[in-house]
Design a protein around this ligand. Structure first.
Ligand code: PXL
Length: 276
């Protein structure tokens, strides 16, 4: 069984970050080690969450893992809370990355044209430094705009994501993937770029009319799990897009659905079947 490590916070309520990554990647048949960076009462879209910062645990945990000869088949990072955390995670990459270990970075920090409320304006510059070390970078368009300095647009043709993908790949990663790309009415999906082969690829699905918090984390977790189950990057992206859409569809049918997370639990059987 493959073993990955994912580095992000625990938001106790609100279905995002580790409470999404751990169940999804485990259900996909991949051992999921975690390095929690903080424990928050909820994610930061709720007003005034509590936060116990675990930044000072990153190095001791890493040292213990080194002493136990632990290694990982992939490293996947999501929401990180500070520049200091980013520097320590960067050091973690240097310690644990091996030839052929994909480093997957979801620079979770912004959406809909805006930085999340917890971050100061210098945060994207710090996240950019981490992105340089990724093999696979998974930003949405807002994050990509903050990382590249290109303007944020809501209306565009394919030249806009193409320019953004090239700019993202110039930071370092072989593969840059933009999420939330819409090139036709009623369609939404991803567009990617393989720098080594100078090749773009894309995949889209139906654009359902509701956005839910945490879908970026469901997406990145599924990509990580599918890659570890031997799927190519393009197949993994397709599986992840389809899983997110299927999950949103089920969540919309739930009369109790609330604005802080999708019912990904209900669609785990679908995901496991799709992998088979
Ligand atoms: O889903 C991204 C995320 C993760 N963790 C925390 C967040 C957010 C987005 O707002 O606040 C704490």
């Amino acid at each position: 069984m493959k073993r990955i490590v994912t580095i992000q916070d625990i938001s106790c309520v609100g279905k995002c970050s580790l409470t999404v990554a751990l169940p999804i990647i485990s259900a996909m048949g991949v051992e999921t080690a975690i390095l929690p960076t903080a424990v928050l009462s909820t994610h930061t879209m709720f007003p005034s969450p509590t936060c116990a910062d675990l930044t000072d645990e990153i190095e001791p945990i890493s040292r213990h893992w080194v002493s136990q000869d632990l290694d990982f088949d992939a490293i996947y990072t999501g929401y990180l809370a500070s520049g200091r955390q980013i520097s320590l995670v960067s050091r973690f990459f240097q310690t644990f990355r091996r030839e052929g270990t994909p480093v997957i970075v979801d620079p979770a920090m912004a959406d809909n044209g805006k930085l999340y409320p917890a971050f100061s304006p210098d945060f994207p510059g710090q996240m950019r430094e981490l992105c340089r070390q990724a093999d696979i970078l998974l930003p949405n368009i807002t994050e990509a705009s903050l990382l590249t300095g290109l303007p944020y647009r809501e209306k565009y043709d394919r030249t806009y994501p193409e320019e953004m993908l090239k700019a993202l790949s110039q930071l370092g990663p072989r593969y840059a993937v933009l999420t939330g790309v819409s090139l036709a009415p009623g369609r939404l999906g991803v567009m990617g770029y393989d720098k080594e082969e100078n090749r773009f690829f894309r995949y889209d699905t139906e654009h359902l009319p509701i956005a839910y918090h945490g879908t970026g984390d469901v997406f990145a977790s599924t990509v990580t799990g599918a890659l570890m189950r031997g799927k190519s990057l393009e197949e993994s992206l397709q599986i992840a897009c389809d899983y997110v859409v299927e999950t949103i569809r089920v969540t919309m049918e739930n009369p109790d659905s609330r604005s802080y997370g999708v019912d990904f639990e209900a669609t785990i059987p679908w995901l496991v079947n799709r992998l088979a």
